[in-house]
Design a protein around this ligand. Structure first.
Ligand code: ATP
Length: 247
């Protein structure tokens, strides 16, 4: 469904993504993991059209490299960005309406998509009239995902959905992603919680200094010594033993 080849993203003299090639098949959850500053967000921005790129981005076999971000949303690519970026001074309902901007003239579809969001996240139904800025972090993440789904995407892109969330809340978010895949959604996921991300992913890529250095199934990467040392290390062992790390 998504095919990236030799993608490069640069900010002036800084190359954030260098010659990255990867693909995401229909119905897959694919994770992109890597350390801070590895270029994960930049790669996602390249896919969604938020930054200029060189190399090729294909969606459904069509080269979309020169299309704008809104055009890519219309084609079926939607992103829940890092830090959620909900509209804090708008209600939950209004945020969802904004997510459905592309279908704004189709009132019935808009209403049914909002209903679908509320079925997926009943908490949002309860808080429909509440200002998004007053939601908890987990609720804001639910809203960011629900807002992205409002445009009826075929591919959902998530940038660090677990960021700043308590482990139990993050687990619920990961469960929702699995439920979405069951409904046929294709998902590209950037995550710092590598163990959890690999646990729900069909395949994953590892990015280091802007380059993809490893690729494999979620299971194989979970058991790859290089990965467990670099990304799962202490916290993996700590989770297994129910230990919380302290600085
Ligand atoms: P994190 O996990 O910390 O979010 P990341 O893997 O998503 O990191 P990016 O945010 O893509 O990494 O950053 C990759 C590199 O590009 C970093 O060196 C960063 O400083 C640089 N960078 C990112 N955005 C910009 C920008 N707008 N202008 C200049 N440099 C940038």
């Amino acid at each position: 469904m998504l095919n990236i080849s030799e993608l490069r993203v640069a900010y002036g003299p800084i190359t954030a993504v260098d010659q990255a090639s990867m693909h995401v098949g229909p119905g897959e959850i694919v994770a992109l993991i890597g350390a801070n500053g590895a270029g994960k967000s930049s790669l996602l921005r390249g896919v969604t059209g938020l930054v200029p790129t060189s190399g090729a981005v294909q969606f459904d076999g069509r080269d979309i490299s020169s299309t704008t971000a809104p055009e890519r949303v219309a084609m079926g690519i939607a992103m829940a960005p890092e830090g959620r970026q909900v509209f804090t001074d708008q209600t939950v309902y209004e945020n969802l309406l904004l997510g459905g901007y592309l279908i704004r003239k189709h009132t019935r579809q808009l209403e049914s998509n909002i209903e679908r969001s509320f079925d997926l996240f009943p908490r949002l139904r309860e808080r429909s009239g509440q200002l998004a800025g007053t939601l908890s972090g987990g609720e804001q993440q639910m809203l960011a995902i629900a807002r992205a789904l409002m445009s009826d995407p075929r591919m959902l892109i998530l940038d660090e959905p677990s960021l700043g969330l308590a482990p139990l809340i993050a687990r619920d978010i990961f469960r929702t992603l699995v439920a979405l895949r069951k409904q046929g959604m294709t998902i590209l996921l950037v995550e710092q919680m590598a163990l959890q991300a690999l646990g729900i992913s069909d395949r994953a890529y590892v990015l280091e200094n802007g380059r993809i250095v490893l690729e494999g199934t979620g299971t194989s990467l979970r058991h790859n010594p290089r990965i467990s040392e670099a990304y799962l290390g202490g916290s993996h062992a700590a989770h297994e033993h129910g230990v919380t790390e302290h600085p």
